[in-house]
Design a protein around this ligand. Structure first.
Ligand code: GDP
Length: 329
């Protein structure tokens, strides 16, 4: 058997494999994108450039919520629903805190067990190493690869307690917040800003005894959300309830997303938001490339400047300027 190592594949092979929807090749290309090696990054850049004309067609959905709210179970059931209507779905998970959090996305291999066996689905955790900016930029490019590989729906999952939600919001068309009934948003570690960012909220685990609490929570959140509504998209935030156990409300969630896409494509917001996101990504990449180039510079040069700052021989700004001059020269 041919080695599966990336290095053995030419850019042509990678490109053709991705365009043919080959998941093994797709996974290899994602590994290249996540690599810290300069040689891998160069190949990845060319690859992205080549597949760019084939990207942009998928519906990009961000899903967040506190650990334990039921994200992976929900995504599995939503994913199975989507594949049952013949949609190809990719799930990308960002979990910068995976090593510490109990509700880790990456740690538990049994998550989304059913969906991972589905021939129309592709599940991929993001690299947990490096800065959030690095993870975000590689996730952004992973979205493009999945689109070129023909996926119709791309779900980006993130734990709703950190900084990652804002960046996931910045690379998705529709942002979904999962919440539990009967626990306040502060209790669930969800910041107010995240509720405002959401296009819809889903109260999870609406089954058995919990149905009535879910309905109460729905009314309460609807009230709270509508107070902060009326955005450029003309979309009014929705609050839905669902159960991954009984499948209740799962089709409603998808119908809501479809309605949002129809509305925002019709009024131009969809493209405006995508364009804005491209520009944000451009600037995030500038930051990352500059930071990386600086990190690649000699360590002794940086240590020397740090010492001069401590000795008050240089201001932090002057020192930063010297680094930039050296990096750009
Ligand atoms: P995550 O940490 O947000 O990804 O949450 P999980 O999907 O791992 O779910 C956490 C727990 O809630 C698990 O024990 C699930 O079995 C349970 N759970 C998830 N969805 C439902 C649901 O719709 N109904 C009920 N009753 N339990 C659920």
């Amino acid at each position: 058997m041919k080695s599966l190592k990336n290095q053995t594949k030419t850019i042509d092979e990678l490109e053709n494999g991705i365009l043919a929807g080959n998941r093994v090749v797709l996974a290899q290309a994602i590994t290249l994108i996540e690599s810290h090696l300069t040689s891998d990054k160069q190949v990845a850049e060319v690859l992205i450039q080549r597949i760019l004309p084939k990207t942009g067609k998928a519906t990009r959905i961000g899903i967040t919520g506190a650990p334990g709210v039921g994200k992976s179970t929900f995504i599995e059931v939503l994913g199975k629903y989507l594949t049952s209507i013949h949609k190809k779905i990719a799930v990308l998970a960002i979990d910068p805190s995976s090593k510490k959090t109990k509700g880790s996305i990456l740690g538990d291999k049994t998550r989304m067990d059913e969906l991972s066996k589905d021939p129309l689905a592709f599940i991929r955790p993001s690299a947990s190493s490096g800065s959030l900016g690095g993870v975000t930029n590689s996730t952004q490019e992973t979205i493009l690869l999945c689109e070129a590989a023909g996926f119709d729906v791309i779900i980006i999952e993130t734990v709703g307690v950190g900084q990652s939600e804002t960046t996931v919001r910045e690379m998705t068309d529709f942002f979904l917040l999962l919440m539990l009934a009967g626990a306040g948003d502060e209790l669930q570690g969800i910041k107010k800003g995240i509720i405002e960012m959401a296009d819809a909220m889903v109260i999870t685990k609406a089954d058995g005894e919990n149905v009535k609490y879910a309905r109460q929570a729905q009314v309460e959140f609807e009230h709270a959300m509508h107070l902060s509504s009326a955005t450029d998209s003309k979309w009014v935030q929705r609050v839905l309830i669902s159960s991954a156990l009984t499948n209740m409300g799962i089709d409603d969630v998808w119908n809501t997303i479809e309605q949002y896409i129809i509305l925002t494509k019709g009024n131009g917001f969809f493209n405006q938001q995508r364009n804005k996101q491209e520009i944000l990504s451009f600037h995030r990449n500038i930051d990352e490339i500059i930071k990386q180039s600086i990190a690649d510079k000699s360590k002794t040069f940086l240590t020397d400047l740090e010492n001069k700052i401590k000795a008050k021989q240089l201001s932090p700004r002057q020192a930063a300027r010297l680094v930039l001059d050296k990096t750009l020269s």
